[in-house]
Design a protein around this ligand. Sequence first.
Ligand code: AMP
Length: 139
Amino acid sequence: MSDDCIFCSIVDGEIPARTVTETNDVIAFLDANPLAAGHTLVIPKAHHTHLGDLPADLSAAVFEVVSDLTPRVQTAVEADAATVGINDGAAAGQEVPHVHVHIVPRFEGDGGAPIHAVAGDRPDLDDEELDAIAETIRG
Ligand code: AMP
């Protein structure tokens, strides 16, 4: 629990939310400023800022709810698809520093874009650079 975290306040019932499902460790509720009808946020109840901060079992619990809920959200609003994503860090657009997964229902012709549209200028990386990045990630 973080004292000045709005999502912790939702977990504690101090501020209202339109909860759609809840487990011991995870809660999901409608986004207050939806990008589409049915826009839902899935969060761990424990306060963690970044995806990489989550213990493995909590990460699994969050994504179990995400995978269960995504088709249910789509069906509820008769969506054609969904974009599922996390803004992980301020530079990626994270405004609430408590891990949350966005489930955004998508509709044919909704004027939106695929997840490939989120980044800025694409880098022009050659094979050596790609190999080096992969090696660094592998550690
Ligand atoms: P992000 O930019 O990824 O941190 O997204 C934060 C999301 O939280 C935004 O889509 C907001 O509309 C949403 N949000 C902020 N406050 C609330 C709230 N009290 N209840 C529901 N959603 C909220």
